[in-house]
Design a protein around this ligand. Structure first.
Ligand code: ADP
Ligand code: MN
Ligand code: MN
Ligand code: MN
Length: 384
């Protein structure tokens, strides 16, 4: 029987990893022999796309006769989902494959139905249109992707089975303070090889929790790079025999949550006197708190309702807040931005499992195209 395990979202998977047979763990080093076998000019291209739920990534690989010159040289490809509906995968951005190396490629795809209409999980398609409308603002995005490493038993990787969670200061070193640095190091290098615009990484306060940052990129790009970085992370975790959870609340202990802080700026915000434009954008955001929370996790706000508890470094789900340098607010102006009078702001509300295109689109629409009549000021804030 074919066992299909999807990358991403491990906790709610039907298969309990601990029930898999002992032979499940393969000796990865053996694979090196086969990868070293000579081959011709063929190119293996792995198509990657977001599944129906809008949260997991799927992939399949094909052989091309030679290395494609660019994204336009790649054909669309069909895929039959679990309901045996035919969908079309349309390549949109190409990266180098850090697993099987040059000339092989990883290719991010948009998903369309048989009539060439974007499927429900294809949020990129609409986001591209919004980015086109706001392109004169030269919008830049940067995302901070947090994740938690879990062992095959679904518990935080490396934790004693009876042990109580311990916490450390973020960024600390030492095996007693953090676990899983090998993953973070490997992921960073693999992203650089692939051409993902990764700009940094750090350990978080929870010892198996890590973060990497992508950006800043202009327009649609950061969403593509974040998704490819997520794919690479899941593949690396397969090799190490652990699972990267992007759940907003990956463990019972609710204070250890994972977010995807999204940083945003326009040309005006980045120029001298830009703080004024940053404050204007934040004022617009303050009026659409509930609308944003509906699209900042893939469950209409339900994940963030649990995550944003106003404790630790999270803000309130119920009401919008903003401040300079504070990390307990919905939207923060970094201290260095406030001091220099220009730069960007940080929306701390998107959950780790957010669809980056939904977040980017909401920010662009509210801050740059926002119409006053659909503001949610005074309305009750509940998850849909
Ligand atoms: P934090 O202090 O919130 O932990 P990080 O250093 O982790 O911040 O991440 C900063 C993020 O801000 C990065 O993703 C980076 O790409 C992004 N960024 C930097 N400058 C800009 C800018 N001008 N516009 C948008 N995003 C930016
Ligand atoms: Mn950060
Ligand atoms: Mn963080
Ligand atoms: Mn942050």
């Amino acid at each position: 029987m074919l066992l299909r395990i999807r990358v991403g979202k491990p906790r709610r998977d039907k298969i309990m990893m601990s029930t898999l047979s002992k032979s499940f763990g393969l000796h990865k080093i053996v694979k090196q022999h086969y990868l070293s076998l000579a081959k011709g000019a063929e190119c293996q291209v792995t198509y990657i796309w977001i599944d129906k739920a809008g949260e997991n990534l799927l992939c399949k690989t094909r052989t091309l006769e030679m290395e494609p010159a660019g994204i336009k040289a790649l054909f669309s490809w069909d895929f039959q989902d679990e309901k045996i509906t035919e969908v079309v995968l349309v390549p949109v951005r190409m990266f180098r494959d850090p697993f099987t190396l040059d000339p092989n490629k990883l290719v991010l795809c948009e998903v369309f139905d048989g009539n060439y209409a974007p499927t429900g999980s294809n949020q990129r398609s609409q986001c591209v249109k919004v980015m086109e409308n706001v392109k004169d603002f030269q919008p830049w995005f940067g995302m901070e992707q947090e994740y938690m490493l879990l062992g095959l038993d679904g518990k935080p990787f490396g934790w004693p089975s009876q042990g109580l969670p311990f916490t450390a200061d973020p960024c600390t070193v030492g095996i007693n303070n953090m676990l899983g640095r090998d993953i973070s190091i490997s992921h960073y290098r693999a992203c650089l090889y692939a051409g993902v615009n990764i700009c940094g990484t750090n350990a978080e306060a929870f010892p198996t929790q890590w973060e990497f940052q992508v950006g800043p990129c202009e327009g649609i790009e950061v969403g593509d790079h974040v998704l490819m970085a997520r794919y690479i992370l899941h593949r690396i975790c397969e090799d190490f025999g652990v699972v990267a959870s992007l759940d907003a609340t990956p463990i019972e202990e609710k204070k250890h949550t994972s977010g995807c802080h999204t940083n945003f700026s326009t040309k005006e915000m980045r120029s001298k006197g830009g703080l004024q434009y940053i404050e204007e954008a934040i004022a617009r955001l303050s009026k659409r708190h509930s609308q944003h929370l509906r699209v900042y996790d893939p469950h209409g706000g339900a994940d963030n309702m649990i995550r944003l508890t106003n404790q630790s470094t999270t803000s309130s789900f119920q009401s919008f807040s903003t401040a300079t340098a504070s990390r307990k607010v919905s939207v923060r102006i970094p201290d260095h931005v406030s001091r220099s009078g220009c730069g960007y702001f940080e929306d701390r509300r998107p959950a780790a499992n957010c669809d980056p295109y939904c977040v980017m689109r909401a920010l662009a629409e509210t801050c740059l195209l926002g119409a006053a009549e659909d503001d949610d000021e005074g309305k009750k804030t509940t998850a849909a």
